[in-house]
Design a protein around this ligand. Structure first.
Ligand code: URA
Length: 243
């Protein structure tokens, strides 16, 4: 539910102030009834007419961003730090991130103004795979990594089985690079999983979300998803629903 004047402003009718005046002037109808007061809230299914013309809904848009480290996965920040929507200065639609990456995590993040799409991709029951690459302090053994593959107890419960692969190990520097795929999305989950087996994460990047990769993007760059990719993601979420 959003205020009528805000919805009008986002649809490009007029500024919020002007939209308020149009409401007071009796120029706006909601579901066939003229609205003359300012407190009215509407849902996406309400039919809004302005001066007798039905308002067009905001078009749905879908973006993939290579989020750099040091950026908040939000649309605004009270401490004025950089937020992910700062990378879309020319996008008029009210996009927001699908789930989140930590401030100090880089990698693949989707943004959209399609609430249903965002919900279906973030809900754990849809089991969308997300692949991360972590640089660890220390070198875990096969047995250490098997604990994550089986599922490990964190303070908010057991994790689901993960796919884990040691990509490289530097014995001199005592560091390892490990790839991990999970389908849950708890707060700081990957960092907490490695912490739980005694190998703190020094650097973390999300390399893949479902079938999407960062291919050919640099940190801070983004691209629009193709209609086919959007459809494929919907199909994946629907398949998850039926499991
Ligand atoms: N797991 C983490 O620990 N951090 C992220 O940003 C994402 C997953």
């Amino acid at each position: 539910m959003e205020r009528l004047q805000k919805v009008m402003a986002h649809a490009g009718i007029a500024s919020r102030r002007k939209a308020e005046q149009m409401i007071l002037d009796g120029k706006v109808r909601v579901n066939g009834k003229t609205v003359k007061e300012l407190g009215v809230k509407v849902t996406p299914s309400d039919k809004i007419e302005v001066e007798g013309v039905q308002m067009e809904k905001e078009r749905k848009v879908y973006f993939l961003l290579y989020k750099p480290r040091g950026v908040i996965s939000a649309v605004s920040d009270d401490k004025n730090r950089k937020v992910v929507t700062d990378f879309f200065p020319n996008v008029e639609e009210r996009i927001y991130p699908v789930g989140r990456l930590d401030y100090d995590t880089s990698g693949l993040l989707l943004l959209t103004n399609d609430g249903e799409f965002a919900n279906s991709l973030t809900h754990p029951k849809f089991e969308i795979d997300k692949t991360y690459v972590a640089r660890l302090k220390g070198i875990p053994t096969k047995e250490d990594l098997q604990k994550l593959e089986r599922g490990i107890k964190l303070e908010d419960g057991m994790t689901a089985p993960a796919k884990v692969k040691l990509l490289s190990a530097d014995t001199k520097a005592a560091k390892a690079i490990v790839q991990i795929t999970i389908h849950e999305g708890r707060n700081r989950q990957v960092r907490r999983m490695f912490e739980a087996i005694g190998f703190p994460v020094q650097k973390l990047s999300r390399e893949q979300f479902a079938f999407l990769t960062l291919h050919s993007l640099n940190a801070g760059e983004s691209r629009e998803l193709s209609p086919h990719e959007v459809k494929q993601l919907r199909v994946l979420a629907d398949t998850g629903k039926r499991r």
